[in-house]
Write a protein that binds this ligand. Structure first.
Ligand SMILES: Cc1ncc(COP(=O)(O)O)c(C=O)c1O
Length: 351
């Protein structure tokens, strides 16, 4: 009989739904519409046979991203989506049985990676009003912790962290010999970033992704930002060619278009504000969270409504946990994307 790593064998996975192309996708916090077509066409022209036959070189992208965040490329490690950065960070900076402290509910890959790697997940429940329990989080960080992972802002619910709370968490983590991982997948949709903590503390790493605002979920591009020493360790844990050349090319070209980035941010804010107001006007309870998503409490029973929406080609996310079981999470996009959503949602409520 062959050997199977018991942690992998016993890990419970639910893989993402297939057949989402052509559907109205409000379920995974992608940009429902994507980047401007003319931009995509112009970058596509650069993909030649030589380009495809050459192993990827991340440096030009890293130089541009470094300038974008005001750092050096030695502060950065590009990964195959921030998903892989989470894995590499856990493999590099935590030991078997070591504690990984997170808020709960949180992005599922934190507990999935704990389960796959045999780490001990320490979940700290969000407050009933969806605020982040910073004091409880601080208490949960002990000498047994290897990593404290926070999402700024939290997903699925919860706002971001103030710089001062970030500092307190980084300090406590350092006292306990732990890394503070700050996942900023959704930071473009709010004001504050904790990126500056990577310069203040030697144990902080910040993750960014190109899957959300930058609309490249298909290409898998994430960036870990930290001090050069921590990044050197992280890089050692990656394969030689971790990120593909098409992702690096699109990432580089996006960063060369600050006007397009501004427009993406503007459109996202406009669409979200419209959706919140339109749903509230219809008497719905809405929680506009800090990321590119909102929570709505429908009148219809959740699973029936979800099925009805699905029948209409509209994908949304629901949750089984007590805190969120009565709500739908809806990814937000441009005003046009949200008009389309609300029209279908109201019809589905009445069907
Ligand atoms: C908080 C958070 N972190 C990380 C990710 C992973 O993003 P990706 O692997 O596409 O970069 C997601 C995806 O939804 C997320 O919500």
């Amino acid at each position: 009989m062959y050997y199977v790593n018991p942690y992998i064998r016993d890990c419970v996975r639910v893989f993402p739904e297939q057949g989402r192309y052509g559907q109205m996708r409000y379920d995974m916090n992608e940009n429902p519409e994507g980047l401007p077509e003319e931009f995509v066409d112009s970058v596509r022209k650069e993909i030649t046979p030589e380009f495809l036959s050459t192993y990827p070189e991340p440096d030009p992208f890293l130089e541009k991203y470094a300038a974008f965040v005001g750092m050096k490329k030695e502060n950065l490690c590009a990964t195959n989506g921030s998903d892989m950065a989470i894995r590499f960070i856990m493999e590099t900076f935590s030991r078997e049985g070591g504690e990984i402290v997170t808020v709960a509910p949180s992005f599922e890959m934190y507990w999935v990676n704990c389960s796959m790697l045999g780490r001990r997940h320490v979940p700290v429940q969000l407050n009933g009003d969806f605020t982040v329990p910073v004091e409880k989080l601080l208490e949960a960080v002990t000498e047994k912790a290897d990593i404290v992972a926070i999402l700024n802002p939290n997903n699925p619910v919860g706002k971001g962290y103030s710089l001062e709370d970030g500092r307190r968490l980084a300090k406590k983590a350092r006292e306990c010999g732990a890394i503070l991982l700050v996942d900023e997948a959704y930071h473009y949709f709010q004001k504050e970033s904790l990126l500056s903590l990577t310069g203040e503390f030697d144990n902080v790493v910040v993750l960014r992704t190109f899957s959300k605002l930058f609309s490249l979920a298909s290409l898998r591009l994430g960036v870990a930002v930290s001090n050069p020493e921590l990044i050197t360790y992280l890089k050692k844990s990656t394969p030689s060619f971790e990120v593909n050349a098409v992702a690096l090319l699109f990432g580089e070209r996006i960063l060369e278009h600050p006007d397009m980035i501004e427009e993406l941010i503007r459109k996202a804010a406009e669409g979200k504000a419209y959706a919140v107001e339109a749903l509230r006007e219809k008497g719905y309870e809405v929680f506009p969270e800090a990321g590119n998503f909102i929570f709505v409490r429908p009148r219809k029973e959740i699973s029936c409504l979800k099925e009805e929406l699905h029948r209409r080609g509209v994908l949304v996310k629901s949750y089984g946990n007590d805190l969120l079981k009565d709500y739908l999470r809806i990814s937000t996009g441009s005003r046009q994307a949200m008009e389309r959503y609300i029209e279908e949602f109201l019809k589905a409520e009445e069907a």
